[in-house]
Every structure is written in C-alpha cells, then in structure tokens.
Write a protein that binds this ligand. Structure first.
Ligand SMILES: Cc1cc2nc3c(=O)[nH]c(=O)nc-3n(C[C@H](O)[C@H](O)[C@H](O)COP(=O)(O)OP(=O)(O)OC[C@H]3O[C@@H](n4cnc5c(N)ncnc54)[C@H](O)[C@@H]3O)c2cc1C
Ligand code: FES
Ligand code: FES
Length: 485
C-alpha cells in the first residue's frame, strides 16, 4: 500500500489543502498552484532560483530552496513567494528598488533574489552590506547582474537606516490572518493512494521521538531518517534514488534542545546549522565549529540542514563531521531499546558506513568543553561558498603553562573514505612547542599519513599539497592566535 499526506498550508494568502506524495518537492506543488515566479533550474539547492520564504511561526520566515524540500514539510507552514509581495502595478519596495537599479536582466533569478532579500530583512532589522551580501550567497545570476543587485541593496538599506522604510511595512498584509489560522494546525492526515506511480511508500512527519522510533521499527532496512533533506532530496532529484519510507524527525521538539554546562555542550539533532551559527555560545566556546558552519552551503541550505544529517550522510568531505571530529565530539544514537553514545572517532567504519544501526536515530551531538585552547577550521574548495571541499581540516589544541601543546586533535575531510584523524601527526605535535623545525616535520608527517585519491575536486597530488599546507596554516594561525597567516 502507498500513502500520501493530506497537507494544509498557506501559499501567500490562499489556504491550500491537498494530498502530496512522499517524494514530491515543495517547488513542484508551489508552481502547480500557479506561483511560477519560483523557478526550477539546478534542482540541487545550488542556484537559489527556487527560493521562497517559509514561515515557521508568526514573524519567522526563512529563505529555503524549495526544489529540495519535501512537499510534506509544507504542512502547517506559510509560504510567501514573489507573487505574494507585490504586483506589476503595485511593486513591493524590494521589487521596486531592484527594478529601479536595473538589477534584473532576463529575470530568471530575480524572484529568488527578492525572496532572499525579504527573508534577510524579516530576520534582521538593521542589516549592513556584509549581511546583505551574505544573505545572497546562495543565489546565482546567470546574467551576472551582481553589481546592480548590490547597488539596489545599498539603496534599500539606506532607506531603512534613514527611517524612510520600516521592516513591518515589508510584510504582506495577509500574514497575521494566516497565522491566526495556522496556529491551530494538527499533524497531517495520511491517506492511501493507488500504487504504481510512486517510488516511495510513506513519508512520516513525526512530532515525537516515540512516533519516529515506532515508524522506523516497522521497516528499518528500507527507511531513511530525514532532517533537512538537503542531502536526501538532492539524491532523489538528481540520482533518482528514493527510500521506501522517510521518517522526518525535524519537528520533534525534544530534538530542538541546546544545552551547555561546565563540561559539555549538547546539540539536539533537530537544531539547524543556521541556528547554531546565530548562537553566541558556539562563537565564544567553539569557534572552530562556527568557522566550519559559516562555510557550509548557503543560508537557504543552513536554514534547514543539520549536523545530524552531516554525520548521517557519512560523506568523506562532510565539513561538519570534520569539525566535530576535531572537537572530539560524540554522537548520541537512540533506538526503541535505549540510547548510547559513540565517540565520533569510532563512528566511521568505511565509505558511507557508520556505527549507526538501521533502527537508530541520531538524537544529539555532544561536545566536551575545553576552555582557553585554540581551534581552527580550514576548507579549500573551488568557490568560497556553496561548494564541496577538496580538503578540509580542523585543529584543536590546549597549551600548558610552559607553552607546550596538549590535547592535540587534527582531523581531515576529503583525504580518505571518511573524515579521519591524523593520529601520527597528533602524536608528533603532542607535548611540543611550535617552531619552524616542528612545522616542517609535522608537514612531512601528515603528508605521509594519507594517500588521497584524485577526482573532480582535485588530483591526488593537489590534495596531498593541501593536506600539508593546511596544517602549516593551522600552526601559523596558532602562533598568531587566529590572525591570518
Ligand atoms: C547546495 C548545497 C550545498 C551544500 N554545502 C555543503 C557544505 O559546504 N559542506 C557540507 O559538509 N555539506 C554541504 N551540503 C550537504 C548537506 O547540506 C549537509 O550534509 C547537511 O548537513 C545535511 O543535513 P540535512 O539535515 O539536510 O540531512 P538529510 O538530507 O536530512 O539527511 C542526510 C543523511 O543523514 C541521515 N539523517 C538525517 N538526520 C538523521 C538523524 N537524526 N538520525 C539518523 N540519520 C539521519 C539521512 O538518512 C541521510 O542519510 C550541501 C548541500 C547542498 C544541497
Ligand atoms: S532550482 Fe537551483 S536551487 Fe533550486
Ligand atoms: S537576470 Fe538573468 S539570470 Fe539573473
């Protein structure tokens, strides 16, 4: 038997109640409902043409790439598209400023840019141009009209700072009425549908851990736990690889916790990368992690993606996994039999193979607190943002009273079948004082420790060079305590 979900959400000012299948994307539904401003181009979350504002609660709208968002995730949400902001006769202030600065040529990318700018302003009442540029890191313009878009941004921000425009005036009038209704939402109804047309059987949008474990227990081998879906829905869009069942854990309130005591930080599996990036505790106590997250994907991806998904995917080039390995993290795995904690250094078993059993859900990531040390993350890719690493690495060290290194942890991504520790180099550095001779020795040691392969992201020789040069950069940054080297 195959099942669809009867979802209920708002598209701009219209209530939508419809059945969606497990593998339909939000973009397919939004466009089928007539909001064709959201475009489909790459279908991989890379270009931002499909960006819409996803309202999670009153006044909380996030930019997301709807092409890789499961349609079931729309349930109980408010989607604003470019059609909801203004009309050709009555342009929204963001549309108006883009038009006036000739910031649109063929126009294909423009709705995505406008929705990203809207979401920036919905979340930040006093942005500067750095924040404006950052908000657009996930939007590509094939006509390369970036200079005009930046000029439009300067104009818009000036109006906001001078008080000629208010943030509240940027929200469409219908938002309040929409939330008066949506705040009463219940979980979606599941309805049977005829088989044959669907590659997957069920999509469980779970609201409790018990419900998720129960759904997973029914068929662990053929089910995939899904959080943000930024890996899984690229896989289904591009490789046409589908799970039989999806167990969506992102709405489980108990996985949205974030707690820190004197010994450790516990990050619930549902916390998104962007939520982590916005949290001062991460910047202050785990700068290595915020450096890594800041370079992961784009704001549209980080708004939904999780560290749990980064570990679950078990990619050799997963940046979050490399950073967490460098921080000596553990992962909490929970099944209906109970929970266990596995140190990340023991979690990976081979290419895309991990310690996680099919009936287990990653429920938290635990980071030990080590105050006063030094942590640094480096990623080398072809582009600064929205790119997969050729090689990434994370170094964390403590320093004793005589200036000797202790607790050295050095992790690499992109050098082997899974993110790995450079154990021999760690041993070499342990208990030593950094000087030029040690840096040279450590570079030779780490180069010998890995035999990377060549692929589209770099030849084996290039990767070997990156492995040793990244270590040199870490150590020089350590000497200068964070200043670039
Ligand atoms: C445009 C784009 C740019 C990207 N850039 C980067 C980047 O710079 N660096 C990087 O490392 N990655 C990047 N990614 C990959 C991806 O965003 C990350 O791996 C992200 O952390 C995945 O999180 P998610 O919650 O979306 O995972 P999902 O897609 O939901 O899941 C990924 C995997 O983890 C499993 N999983 C998810 N949650 C759980 C759980 N709670 N318990 C058990 N298993 C679980 C799933 O079954 C699946 O195998 C990018 C992706 C896109 C589309
Ligand atoms: S179509 Fe390119 S990000 Fe969605
Ligand atoms: S205006 Fe043509 S793609 Fe941006």
């Amino acid at each position: 038997m195959f099942y669809a979900n009867q979802v209920r959400f708002y598209l701009n000012d219209k209530l939508v109640e419809m059945d969606v299948t497990p593998t339909q994307t939000a973009l397919e539904i939004i466009r089928a409902l007539g909001a064709t401003g959201a475009k489909e181009a790459c279908s991989e979350g890379d270009c931002g043409a499909c960006t819409v504002a996803l309202g999670l609660e009153r006044n909380r709208y996030l930019a997301v790439t709807s092409c890789i968002m499961p349609a079931t995730k729309l349930h109980g949400r408010h989607v604003i598209t470019v059609e909801g902001l203004g009309t050709p006769e009555n342009l929204h202030p963001i549309q108006e400023v883009m038009y006036r600065h000739h910031a649109t040529q063929c126009g294909f990318c423009t709705p995505g840019f406008i929705m990203s700018i809207f979401c920036l302003l919905a979340n930040n009442s006093q942005p500067d141009m750095a924040a404006f540029r950052k908000a657009l890191e996930g939007n590509l313009c094939r006509c390369t009209g970036y200079q005009h878009i930046v000029q439009a941004g300067e104009d818009l921000l000036e109006k906001l700072h001078e008080g000629l425009l208010s943030i509240s005036s940027l929200f469409p009038d219908f938002c309040d009425a929409v939330w008066d209704d949506l705040e009463q939402s219940q979980p979606p109804q599941v309805v049977p549908v005829s088989a044959g047309v669907l590659p997957s059987r069920e999509y469980h949008l779970c609201y409790s851990l018990d419900a998720a474990l129960h759904a997973l227990d029914a068929d662990p081998q053929n089910s995939r736990v899904i959080s943000g879906g930024t890996d899984l829905f690229v896989e289904s869009n591009v490789a046409r690889r589908f799970a039989e069942n999806y167990i969506d854990v992102q709405r489980i309130a108990s996985l949205h916790t974030f707690s820190m005591d004197d010994h450790e930080l516990t990050i619930g599996a549902g916390v998104t990368l962007e939520e982590l990036l916005q949290d001062a505790r991460i910047h202050v106590h785990f700068p290595l992690l915020s450096q890594a997250i800041e370079m992961m994907g784009s704001v549209q991806i980080r708004n939904v993606a999780t560290l749990a998904g980064n570990l679950g995917n078990a990619s050799p080039v997963a940046d979050g996994a490399c950073a967490l390995l460098g921080l000596d993290a553990s992962v909490q795995l929970t099944s209906s039999q109970g929970a266990r904690s596995v140190p990340l250094k023991k979690y990976y078993l081979g290419y895309k193979q991990t310690e996680r059993h099919p009936d287990e859900i990653i429920t938290a990531i635990i980071l030990p607190r080590k105050e006063g040390g030094f942590g640094n993350f480096i990623k080398t890719g072809k582009r600064h943002n929205v790119d997969i690493s050729s090689v990434s690495s994370a170094l964390s060290v403590q320093v004793d009273a005589s200036g000797l290194l202790t607790d050295v942890v050095l992790a690499y991504g992109g050098v082997k079948e899974y993110p790995a520790l450079a154990t021999q180099t760690m041993a070499l550095l342990q208990g030593k004082k950094i000087d030029e001779i040690l840096i040279t020795e450590a570079m030779a040691c780490v180069e010998a420790e890995f035999t990377p392969i060549g692929d589209v992201r770099g030849t084996a020789e290039y990767r070997s060079l990156l492995i040793k040069n990244q270590l040199k950069k870490h150590l020089l940054r350590f000497i200068k305590r964070g200043e670039d080297a």
